[in-house]
Structure formats: structure tokens, C-alpha cells
Ligand binder design. Structure first.
Ligand code: NA7
Length: 548
């Protein structure tokens, strides 16, 4: 393979993105002896944790789980101060990982990849960046993230607004002080729900513009109990292994044993109450076996949360508006909050229903809906992302055979195992669509993919092979399997970003794999153990040398 040669930008592997997945890919591929180059649009490492600096931003998976497992020294030495990591803490951790494993020297920051072109005869990818750089490599690894393409809605008049506006996913690095301001937050997904209680404490008045109510559970965040930390750390390797044997890649939650419909009303209330008190989404959804499979079972868990909302929010009209009624609980990303519903009891917070009275325009002084204008000094768009496919489709990914990712994914993503795409040889994705990624513990998902990709490249090298590509038939079968698995659940009932419903015109396709981490990993391991079943290989180095 080629030696590192920065002048000509020739590498063995190009990695797009230096978030959690990209960083680990640098580490593993470098250890394999490959020359690697990562391009990162941000000015630092961290991906989603680099960009999402909005107030209250916090992970919804517990810190002791949401961390790398590849180095026992790392997981033993890092101290997580709280049950759930805040964005600054997680970013500090990712920076520590980058330094500890000397990853920065292979990363070009402030550099966005705009194009990636595959050349068949040489089995290489050439990428072009917005800084005018061209780089070539045999392998291209897309570590571009699932929630990395922020979308603000197309609302007329935004350019005329005299105040300041922000997107939660592109938050200013030096923070925003809303003291004394009239602030509007548009959007009540995780980003809205996490930031609203904090902005409410600063703002003179906060208007929350809600189109759809979401379910949110108390996080019950606490400082990390020292005994919990030491017990967890003592069992870390076993816990990490056990995580692969769970549906969501998170160990430590006893799996449910019975249907919600086999429990009495009294039993159910007791169970839900205990989970509500404990905090956390996995725990709640693990109350019964069928909460994500059976609507009637789910109704019991959904109604419990609606009752909690009604009991918390004093104004009955506001409470009713906050009660989600268009989707079963858990079929959209279940939110964890701190004092979200309580915030609506503050005198300086107003919930505005933009479902019945949609936003008409933004004016120089505020935001107008059907029944009038709300005067605002600042607007926060917590309006989400072009999830799962947005970042890939923003790059002009093409092959010399005339195939483009835009055309290939016109009707929704098609992948084999969420890691490769038929027609795009030597292009790997970390946590791509049709893998469990966003439906699991993301760092575990990234590690599993990077390990698989590293083993795959090792396999090719051992055999002198230069090219691997997913077979069309294997991809078709995988896409079909994904859809069948999703259709057995309640997930498709929700208008979520899992189906692209938040982006007007995006094809409605269920994108994450929801067959569970255990089944997914088993499938990936079997494919590899069987000589990468469902993939075909291109010319060997020897054949290529002979042809030249
Ligand atoms: P989400 O979960 O996609 O939430 C976006 C919110 O913004 C949601 O309430 C949307 O309402 C609302 N939205 C989007 N477009 C509009 C327009 N045009 N008008 C009014 N309201 C709108 O994004 P988040 O950033 O909160 O969270 C993303 C993930 O990050 C989260 O699931 C975690 O995994 C971490 P809608 O529901 O579409 O009616």
C-alpha cells in the first residue's frame, strides 16, 4: 500500500469526520499500519458534541455506558462527574481520547469534504474538500454522523429579523446570554426540551412554539455515586461484553419478562411509578416485553406519562397541549429531561400551539402565527436534523460507473448491514442507515462498526485484494429484512426523524435497524466468518500489477 505522502494527499484510508466513530477509526486503521487522513468540518474533535453546545445539552445514556470500551486503561482512569454526561464533559472526554491516543496529527480540521469519486481501474477514492485539497485513498470511511446536518425550517422573513437567531445544532462556542430577553424556541424534541428549562431561567419571557408534543421522562440526573462508579469499573469488561447481548447495546437493565396486558392495572401503575422515580428511558421501555410491539400495551405506558404531565402542569389547557397523542411512547426518540414540564408553571413561560395556528412568517420584530405576532428579541430553532442520510447526501459521492449517492438513495437509503452500499466499492459507513446506530448506545455502535471494518481491511490485505463491494442481492435482502423487522414494531406509526418525517419531501422510509444489537452483531460476525458473505471482491494487487 502507498506510503503517507502529504504533498500528493495519497493515503491508504480517508476518514470523513472526527466524531466518536471517526476518531476510533483513525486509531484502529493506524494500528493496522495504514496511512490515514481524516477531514473534519469542525474546528475540533467531537462531532455532534462539538456542535450541539446549546444550554442543557446532555446525553440520554448514562456516562458509564456512553464511553469507549476499547481501552481498559481509558475507561478506568476517566471520572464521570454525573450520572448523565453534559455536553462540555463529553467533549472534554473526547478531546482527552484524541490526545491520549495521539489522534490529532492525522486530522485536518475546518475542512469539509465536498466530493468523493471512485475510480474502478485503480480501486481508489479521490476526495475534494472545500479548502481546495484533493486526497486519494484505497478506502474511504464515512464517519459523518446521523444527526449532523441541522435544518432550520424554511420560514418566510427570517432574513428580516432584527434580533438574533440560533440553531441548537450550531450553537455559538462562547454561549448565549438570554438575560432580559423575550425568547422564542421553535421545536420540542430533545434539544428543545433540554434547553427550555434553562433558557426560561434567563429570559424575561420565553415563548415555546410547539407543533407536536413529545413524551419526556425525568432523567433524575445526580452526581456520580462513588460506589456505583467503582462497582461498575470493577466489572467493566464483562459489562461491555454483556451490552452486545441486549437490544439497545446497554447492559444493566433486567430484561422484561411479561406483557403489559398480563399485568393488572395496579401492577402496571406500580411498575411505571418505580421506573418514573428511577429515571431513564431504557428502564421505562423495559417495563414490559411488548411496549414497542403492541399498541394496547403501549397505551398503558403512554397514558401513565400523560397523567404525570397533567399532574405536574398547573394550567389544564397547557397540560393538555403538552400531552402527546399522535404517537405511541418510545416510537420517537424518548426524551429525558430535568424540570421540563415544571417549567410551564413559571409565570414567564408561554406555550404556543403552532399545530392549530401554524407559523406564518418571521417579522423584523418577532414571529407571526394565525392569531397574532409574538414580539421576540431572539429565536432558537430546536428544529432537528436531516437525520441519517443528510450528511452523506450533502457530499457528491459518485463512481466512475456513473452512479451517485443522490440517485442511489433517491427513494430512501439502501445499504448492506448499514456499512456498505452496492455500487460503491471500498466505501464504508460508520453507523449508516439500516444499522442499529441511533437505536443503540452510539459509542458501542461506532466501535462495533470500526472493528468490523478494520477486520475486513485486514482480510483484504492478507489476500492481496484491493476491492470489496456489497452485492446487490445481499443489499436487497437486508433492506427488506430491515423493513420487515420495523413493520413488526410500532415504530413506523410515528412521524419521526427515523422515517424522515421532519424533512418536507424526504421519502418515508424507516431508517434504523430495530432488530436489536444482539441479532445485528451476530449477523455481521457471521458474514465476516463466512468470507464476507454477500460481498464480492475486486482485482488482487498481483492482477492489477500485471494489467498495468
Ligand atoms: P427533533 O427531535 O427532530 O425535534 C425537532 C422539533 O422541531 C420537533 O418538535 C419538530 O416538530 C419541530 N419542528 C421541525 N420543523 C418545524 C417547523 N417547520 N415548524 C415548527 N416546528 C418544527 O430534533 P432535536 O434536535 O430536538 O433532537 C434530535 C435528536 O438529537 C434526538 O432525538 C436525540 O437523539 C438527540 P414536529 O415533531 O416535526 O412536528
Amino acid at each position: 500500500m502507498s506510503a503517507h505522502s502529504p504533498e500528493h494527499g495519497r493515503y491508504d484510508a480517508i476518514i470523513v469526520g472526527a466524531g466518536v466513530g471517526g476518531l476510533y477509526a483513525i486509531h484502529r486503521l493506524r494500528k493496522l499500519g495504514l496511512s490515514v487522513r481524516a477531514f473534519e468540518a469542525g474546528g475540533g474533535v467531537g462531532g455532534t458534541w462539538y456542535w450541539n453546545r446549546y444550554p442543557g445539552c446532555r446525553c440520554d445514556v448514562e456516562s458509564l455506558e456512553y464511553s469507549y470500551s476499547f481501552s481498559d486503561e481509558l475507561q478506568q482512569e476517566w471520572r464521570w462527574p454525573e450520572r448523565y454526561g453534559t455536553q462540555p464533559e463529553i467533549l472534554r472526554y473526547i478531546n482527552h481520547v484524541a490526545d491520549r491516543f495521539d489522534l490529532r496529527r492525522d486530522i485536518e480540521f475546518n475542512t469539509r469534504v465536498k466530493e468523493a469519486l471512485f475510480d474502478g481501474p485503480t480501486s481508489t477514492w479521490t476526495v475534494k474538500t472545500d479548502t481546495g485539497k484533493t486526497a486519494t485513498a484505497r478506502f474511504c470511511v464515512m464517519a459523518t454522523g446521523n444527526l449532523s446536518t441541522p435544518r432550520k425550517p424554511d420560514i418566510a422573513g427570517l432574513e428580516s429579523f432584527k434580533g438574533k437567531w440560533y440553531h441548537t445544532g450550531l450553537w455559538p462556542h462562547d454561549g448565549v446570554d438570554f438575560t432580559g430577553m423575550r425568547v422564542g424556541v421553535v421545536g420540542t424534541g430533545s434539544s428543545g426540551v433540554q434547553s427550555i428549562p434553562i433558557i426560561a431561567k434567563q429570559a424575561k419571557h420565553l415563548y415555546v412554539f410547539q407543533r407536536t408534543a413529545n413524551f419526556s421522562l425525568p432523567a433524575r440526573n445526580v452526581p456520580m455515586p462513588p460506589d456505583k462508579e467503582s462497582a461498575h469499573k470493577a466489572e467493566y469488561p464483562a459489562r461491555r461484553r454483556a451490552a452486545y447481548d441486549t437490544p439497545f447495546g446497554i447492559a444493566g437493565y433486567p430484561p422484561p419478562v411479561k406483557s403489559a396486558l398480563d399485568a393488572t392495572e395496579e401492577e402496571r401503575l406500580k411498575a411505571y411509578e418505580a421506573k418514573w422515580a428511577e429515571g431513564g428511558s431504557i428502564s421505562y421501555l423495559y417495563s414490559y416485553t411488548d411496549l414497542l410491539l403492541n399498541k394496547e400495551a403501549n397505551d398503558t405506558a403512554s397514558e401513565f406519562v400523560r397523567r404525570k404531565i397533567r399532574a405536574t402542569v398547573k394550567d389544564p389547557k397547557t397540560a393538555e397541549l403538552l400531552c402527546p397523542n399522535d404517537h405511541p411512547i418510545g416510537t420517537k426518540r424518548l426524551i429525558l429531561d430535568t424540570d421540563y414540564y415544571e417549567t410551564y408553571n413559571r409565570d414567564n413561560v408561554t406555550l404556543v400551539d403552532i399545530r392549530s395556528k401554524p407559523i406564518q412568517e418571521i417579522t423584523p420584530t418577532g414571529l407571526r402565527i394565525a392569531d397574532g405576532e409574538y414580539a421576540l428579541d431572539a429565536i432558537v430553532f430546536a428544529t432537528g436534523f436531516d437525520a441519517m442520510t443528510g450528511a452523506m447526501k450533502e457530499i457528491d459521492i459518485r463512481t466512475d460507473a456513473g452512479l451517485s449517492i443522490q440517485a442511489k438513495w433517491q427513494d430512501g437509503p439502501r445499504t448492506y448491514l448499514g456499512m456498505m452500499i452496492a455500487g460503491f466499492p471500498n466505501l464504508f459507513m460508520i453507523t449508516g442507515p439500516q444499522s442499529p446506530g441511533v437505536k443503540s448506545q452510539m459509542i458501542l455502535a461506532c466501535e462495533q462498526h470500526v472493528d468490523w471494518i478494520t477486520d475486513c481491511i485486514q482480510y483484504l490485505r492478507d489476500r492481496g485484494l484491493t476491492c470489496i463491494e456489497a452485492e446487490e442481492a445481499a443489499e436487497d435482502a437486508w433492506v427488506q429484512h430491515n423493513n420487515e423487522v420495523a413493520d413488526r414494531t410500532l415504530y413506523p406509526l410515528a412521524n419521526s426523524w427515523y422515517v424522515g418525517a421532519n424533512i418536507p419531501g424526504k421519502p418515508r422510509v424507516f431508517m434504523p435497524y430495530v432488530g436489536g444489537v444482539t441479532a445485528y452483531k451476530k449477523k455481521c460476525d457471521e458474514v465476516a466468518a463466512n468470507g464476507y458473505r454477500g460481498f464480492h471482491f475486486g482485482a488482487s494487487f498481483k492482477e492489477q500489477a500485471a494489467a498495468n
